[in-house]
Ligand binder design. Structure first.
Ligand SMILES: [Ca+2]
Ligand SMILES: [Ca+2]
Length: 128
């Protein structure tokens, strides 16, 4: 069981003084959460990839929202998937997803880096 649980998800409209309409979504996964990549699935769902820091380590973090920006409950029950890429023997894990692609069959692939105790390595994760 992971410690990380989303604490809040907010969705709100733009300030009334602005002309351009927009929708803002924030997802609080853990201490430090950052999105670096975005992709839109064929069904219109929005996938963002980055990392989540739990105070000690960073792991790949994926968030999937529906077209309205609401967390997709069909995606790992809460719209959030955290993946530890580094081996458990690595004491300080620094895994970060920086790019995202959707395969023709709909599977999601995230690419980034993983720290191996000495230096960083390419890291790719495919979500089945
Ligand atoms: Ca946070
Ligand atoms: Ca989850």
């Amino acid at each position: 069981m992971r410690r990380r649980q989303p604490r809040s998800t907010q969705s709100r409209s733009s300030a009334a003084s602005d002309v351009y309409k927009r929708q803002i979504v924030t997802v609080d996964i853990d201490t430090d959460d950052r999105a670096y990549a975005l992709a839109i699935q064929d069904d219109g769902k929005i996938v963002a990839a980055g990392y989540s820091f739990d105070g000690a380590n960073t792991d790949f973090a994926l968030v999937r929202c529906d077209e309205n920006g609401e967390p997709d409950q069909t995606f790992d029950t809460d719209g959030i998937v955290i993946t530890q890429v580094a081996s458990p023997v690595v004491l300080m894990r620094f895994d970060e997803a920086r790019a995202l692609a959707i395969q023709a069959d709909g599977k999601i692939i995230a690419a980034g880096k993983s720290y191996n105790s000495t230096d960083d390595d390419f890291a790719l994760v495919r979500y089945e």
